[in-house]
Design a protein around this ligand. Structure first.
Ligand code: 9MR
Length: 380
């Protein structure tokens, strides 16, 4: 064999080897994504979702998009459909990003959630000043009719009213409440049902595991039902921590809401890995948290979780999903509030500039130990 032929053979062999390696890598990653998809693992139990930010909705963040399409079968808009974004002035609606959001969900055959129609927070300033009930009713009608009708048949579930209750179960004295009493809640559910009779309608709030707040939700749902109005579900937001709430409190709420004949959704699940000011001795909630901003004690995992904390997080997620599976007949959806740890709102709240680790995927989109523990529940 001449030197030249030997060289050609060697190069060909090398090319063959590299391309077979590529195939192997592709095959492994395909199999991996198939085996490890949350949506497939839980498909006979409940939907699994994530809240998307603007750059994900606009498909600029392609790494997120790959993960979202692989792992989730339902999506929620983290901010883009809130009143101040979508309806910033009386006669101005911005549908651009919301349209893209709905199109993304449709393209991927996902269950699309609308968040949220009526909320005291992130409300357009022009609505905060409304003082008479006739004007408020008209504005709510205009808002709900315009948005819900636009996405009729495309948005599958609406968070109709968000966070209308105080911690003791009484009504929050938002501007809606000050002007209309609790009638704004029945009005919103009535309008949403008329605008899209097939959409699922949900009351959504945080700390719904608390017995007193649970009582408030039970009263609210019963009241809507007594008026003959449609309410399909209670959304328990689930911004939780490693220590609490207890599984018992969560379970008691699942049972109480399901007993009303509505479904329970976990709409905004994340588990903070960091100490919060109100966990500290003597720290009152109303304190200003800026003082903690550069306090290393409040930011113990600036790079990644310690092995012990990652294990604690994995165990906590495992226990929570075990409870969800126990009540899968009552639960229709579990949505994480964000895609990866770096994108979570918990890096900015309640103290800004910290490094939190509340989700199942790390900042490089790698599944964490918590992810594998959750999936393993389906292999037991
Ligand atoms: O994650 C959202 C964050 O980006 C916004 O700054 C914040 C503004 O209030 O809202 C966050 O989402 C909230 C959700 O819409 C309703 N439940 C509580 C969520 C966390 O604050």
């Amino acid at each position: 064999m001449t030197h030249r032929i030997k060289k050609i053979l060697l190069v060909s062999a090398l090319i063959l080897w590299v391309s077979s390696c590529k195939n192997e890598v592709k095959e492994i990653s395909n199999t991996q994504s198939k085996d490890t998809s949350l949506k497939d693992a839980f498909k006979s139990d409940f939907l699994i979702g994530a809240a998307l930010n603007k750059s994900q909705i606009e498909e600029k963040d392609t790494l997120s998009i790959n993960l979202i399409e692989r792992e989730f079968n339902t999506i929620s808009p983290e901010n883009e459909m809130k009143w101040e974004q979508i309806h910033p002035q009386k006669d101005t609606f911005y549908f651009d990003v919301a349209d893209k959001y709905v199109a993304l969900g449709e393209k991927n055959n996902m269950h699309v959630v609308g968040h949220t129609l009526i909320w005291h927070s992130q409300l357009a300033p022009w609505m905060q000043d409304v003082k008479d009930s006739l004007t408020m009713v008209k504005n709510i009608e205009h808002h709900i009719n315009t948005i819900v009708k636009r996405y009729k048949g495309k948005i599958d579930t609406w968070d109709v009213v968000n966070e209308a209750l105080n911690e003791d179960g009484s009504f929050r004295t938002s501007n809606f409440y000050k002007v209309m009493g609790d009638n704004f809640i029945s009005l919103a559910f009535k309008l949403a049902a008329e605008a899209d009779p097939d959409a699922k309608l949900v009351y959504n709030d945080y700390n719904l595991w608390k017995p007193e707040k649970r009582g408030g939700v039970v009263r609210l749902v019963k009241d809507l039902q007594a008026q003959g109005l449609k309410i399909d579900g209670v959304g328990m937001q689930a911004h939780w921590s490693l220590e609490g709430p207890s599984l018992k409190d969560i379970e008691n709420s699942i049972l109480a809401y399901a007993a009303l004949g509505v479904k329970v959704s976990f709409t905004e699940l994340d588990i903070t890995a960091l100490p919060n000011p109100w966990d500290l001795d003597g720290a009152a909630v109303e304190q200003n948290y800026e003082q903690y901003e550069n306090d290393p004690k409040m930011n113990p995992y600036p790079e990644k979780l310690s092995v012990a904390a990652a294990t604690q997080m994995a165990n906590r997620y495992e226990a929570i999903f075990k409870l969800f599976l126990k009540h899968k007949d009552k639960i229709d959806r579990v949505t994480f509030w964000g895609v990866n740890d770096g994108q979570s709102w918990l890096n900015y709240w309640p103290i800004s500039g910290r490094t939190n680790h509340p989700l199942l995927f790390d900042r490089d989109f790698n599944p964490k130990k918590a992810y594998y523990n959750v999936l393993a529940l389906k292999n037991k």
